[in-house]
Write a new protein. Structure first.
Length: 158
């Protein structure tokens, strides 16, 4: 037996699902574009606006703590994390990216809630803009889609 989310036949999949979106808002314009992309996917699968909560955080480093808190309270079926970290002149970039990615993954593993990583980790602003609705698409859409698909697939394992 095969399990795969049918992207063309699940327009009401999210109707009764409670979703949290966490946005690291250090780069506000990028966060807004990623969030718009995530909403595009949620709309495609029938989300109820009353069942989606958006949390705006100072930056990417804080995302795992909020994701853990939201997963721990058990009110959400899925969590999408969004934001951007742009490489600068110091190793700060490496520390923030590594801890953010590890922390988000840990939340998924510990709480078995689809918690997806839509945090851009780029070398410069051009790459960031390209991945927030530009020439490389919108990674907010991709993170939301990954959450939808994992929510579906995890539901098939019970």
């Amino acid at each position: 037996m095969e399990f795969k989310f049918n992207k063309d036949a699940n327009e009401d999949f999210l109707t009764n699902k409670k979703i949290a979106i966490i946005v690291g808002y250090f780069y506000q314009e990028i966060g807004d574009k990623l969030l718009a992309g995530a909403y595009n996917i949620l709309e495609k699968y029938g989300f109820d606006k009353n069942n989606v909560n958006v949390f705006y955080l100072p930056g990417a480093f804080e995302i795992p703590l909020m994701a853990k808190k939201l997963a721990k309270i058990g009110s959400y079926d899925g969590i999408v994390t969004l934001g951007a970290v742009i490489n600068g002149e110091t190793p700060h970039f490496d520390f923030v990216c590594n801890e953010c990615a590890r922390g988000v993954a840990d939340v998924s593993y510990q709480y078995e809630i689809p918690t997806t990583f839509g945090v851009l980790t780029t070398s410069n602003m051009e790459q960031t803009i390209g991945r927030a609705g530009g020439y490389k698409g919108n990674k907010g859409e991709e993170a939301a889609m990954a959450m939808v698909e994992m929510l579906y697939l995890l539901g098939k394992t019970h």
